[in-house]
Design a protein around this ligand. Structure first.
Ligand code: NAP
Length: 315
């Protein structure tokens, strides 16, 4: 039996693992299908303190993993499929049929890319539809692209994709962008970026040979259907927290995010902690995820020492 299982290896899980390992708690860390989490699909991270020239997302995550290993964290690949938090020790069933037991669990499974849920989208994933510019942008050298979304992710992806594409059109359902000013400005100052605002995506359109030819949209002012032409569509409309595998065993909010006691990483089950994007509806930054991972490890240590005094149920 382990003292602690960490599920998820984004900045939150890896920071928790570093802290637990340095506290001699020998955590076991379960890495799912995307080790390193969302940062491994991003390009340069410019706002993680300590890297004045920026650092590539995958490199940052690789460094964090090595740091956790250096202090004795053990890593296992696989998808956590089921948990049993109803009695001690806690159990976590991992893909491949094995089960791990521990006194505490840190949930840091992050969030996954959302899809538009429109015709033609799922059929063309990997064949003209993508949620990861860093992974797939390279395949669209000299082509016309669409990025759907009006948030920071969409701005970032649009700017990044201009490295390869001849042009990138941002399709957003409202006239106003949600993205931060600096990210908007960067995209707006890029002459390869074009705008189709106030357009609701209806369908990924394909041509005679089945290749993606663009996105059918509804112009929200004229109420007319239009085709925004492109060879590829990148969907950047946010993320869904990865909490399905928890069943009904832990308190989650109406959007699926784990509820933690404010200012802590404590879930409603003593000994189970949450950190990173899986519980963060507000900040969702690499640095806040890392910070919350540190909090989870420290809360976990206190719990194991028996010095955690708060009873959540009496909140
Ligand atoms: P987000 O801020 O939630 O934005 C999602 C965008 O997609 C919104 O513009 C939304 O439209 C649109 N959208 C959602 N569902 C849609 C649907 N079904 N059809 C059409 N459009 C839809 O998500 P995000 O851009 O991924 O950013 C998430 C967080 O990460 C934010 O806090 C952001 O600041 C942060 N982030 C930071 C950086 C950076 O600093 N380098 C980079 C990426 C992300 P509405 O606006 O109409 O709701």
């Amino acid at each position: 039996m382990y003292k602690s299982i960490v599920i998820g290896t984004g900045p939150a899980g890896l920071t928790a693992a570093i802290y637990l390992a340095r506290a001699d708690l020998n955590p076991i860390v379960i890495e799912g299908i995307q080790p390193g989490g969302q940062l491994t699909t991003t390009t340069e991270v410019e706002n993680f303190p300590g890297f004045p020239q920026g650092i590539m997302g995958p490199e940052l995550m690789d460094n964090m993993r090595k740091q956790a290993e250096r202090f004795g964290a053990e890593f296992r690949s696989g998808w956590a499929e089921e948990v049993d938090f109803t009695k001690h020790p806690f159990k976590v069933k991992v893909e491949g049929g094995y089960e791990l037991e521990a006194e505490t669990v840190i949930l840091s499974t992050g969030a996954s890319a959302k899809y538009l849920d429109i015709p033609g989208e799922q059929d063309n994933i990997g064949r003209g539809v993508s949620t990861c510019a860093t992974c797939d942008g390279f395949f669209f050298r000299g082509k016309k692209l669409i990025v759907v979304g009006g948030g920071d992710s969409a701005m970032e992806e649009a700017s990044f994709l201009t490295r390869f594409a001849s042009s990138v059109t941002v399709v957003h359902r409202r006239e106003e962008l949600r993205a931060s000013k600096i990210m908007q400005e960067r995209a707006k100052n890029n002459e390869k970026v074009h705008w189709a605002l106030g357009r609701t995506p209806l369908e990924v359109a394909t041509g005679e040979k089945g290749a993606v030819i663009g996105l059918k949209v509804r112009n929200n002012i004229s109420n007319q259907e239009e085709l925004v032409e492109a060879d590829g569509v990148f969907v950047a409309i946010g993320h869904t927290p990865n909490t399905k595998f928890l069943g009904n065993q832990i308190e989650i909010d109406e959007h699926g995010y784990i509820v933690v006691r404010p200012g802590t990483s404590e879930t409603n089950i003593p000994g189970v902690f949450a950190c990173g994007d899986v519980q963060d509806t507000r900040y969702r930054q690499a640095i806040t995820a890392a910070g919350s991972g540190c909090m989870a490890a420290m809360d976990c240590e206190k719990y194991l020492e028996g010095s955690m005094v708060h009873d959540w149920s009496k909140n």
